[in-house]
Design a protein around this ligand. Structure first.
Ligand SMILES: [Zn+2]
Length: 266
């Protein structure tokens, strides 16, 4: 039997507010044995931590501030995140990084907020869950300043170019892939990226309720949540990786699960 680990789900999203128990159970039934909730602000990280605590050994969470939320960063933010990170089921710092695509927070504030979280990761020695969108050059130059001391880091929901993937790999980073890889209309180039990236540097995630894998069979979609992605669909992300690489699903499951276990220490 295959086992999968979903390294990024947004279970605090209101699309899940009425059926968290079912969503977790459906994931377990689909062999997704562990899931990591993504914390995107101090408040959201606290909420994620609370949900994860109710499913010991199954749900874990990250604690961090998404670049969109950098505008909420204040003098107390880091101590609140540090406090969360003392808990055993809070396994990672993030998500954090830069997003110059939508610019929901001013870029200079995003940078201050990102650097503070890199320093926090160095202090608490927990791995980093990183977000970068349309900010590759600046992101890489900031990250590089800290690289020698940084714990392990994964760039989640990677949709960048092959060139960018190579730079990340050369700097020792892991890459997280979502259902975006099955969207050949928008992300056709990711096939070549997946073929290039060694399996021991790949982790998989659904980013639920977003990024519904295109290859999810329609009979699995819930009537009232047609476009909602769920962690139970993670095997379809693995299936696309297997198809692109021309290897078995078992191999993808085994390796990506092993990577996530080691990376997050779960
Ligand atoms: Zn993200």
């Amino acid at each position: 039997m295959n086992t999968y680990i979903d390294i990024g789900i947004n279970l605090t999203n209101k699309q899940f507010q009425n059926d968290i128990d079912d969503v977790v159970q459906n994931a377990l039934d689909a062999d997704v044995s562990q899931m990591i909730l993504t914390g995107t602000s101090v408040r959201n990280s606290e909420e994620s931590a609370k949900i994860a605590r109710q499913y010991p050994g199954v749900l874990y969470a990250t604690a961090g501030i998404h670049p969109h939320d950098a505008k909420s960063f204040d003098a107390q933010s880091i101590s609140k995140l540090r406090n969360l990170l003392t808990q055993k089921h809070i396994v990672s710092v993030g998500e954090c990084g830069l997003d110059f695509d939508r610019d929901f927070s001013p870029r200079n504030i995003q940078e201050v907020c990102y650097k503070a979280q890199l320093e926090l990761a160095i202090e608490v020695q927990k791995p980093l869950f990183l977000h970068e969108r349309a900010a590759f050059t600046r992101f890489m130059s900031i990250t590089n300043e800290y690289l020698p001391q940084l714990p392990k880091a994964v760039v989640h929901c990677f949709t960048g170019s092959l060139q960018e993937a190579k730079m990340y790999l050369n700097n020792g980073l892991y890459l997280g892939f979502t259902g975006a890889i099955s969207d050949s209309k928008r992300f056709d180039h990711l096939k070549e990226v997946i073929q290039y990236v060694p399996l021991d540097r790949i982790m998989i995630e659904t980013d639920a309720p977003f990024m519904l894998p295109k290859n999810t069979p329609s009979n699995l979609l819930k009537k009232y949540h047609e476009r909602r992605c769920e962690p139970a669909f993670l095997p379809f992300v693995a299936g696309t990786v297997a198809k692109f690489k021309g290897i078995s699903l078992d191999k993808v499951a085994e390796e990506t699960t092993g990577n996530a276990r080691k990376f997050f220490g779960i």
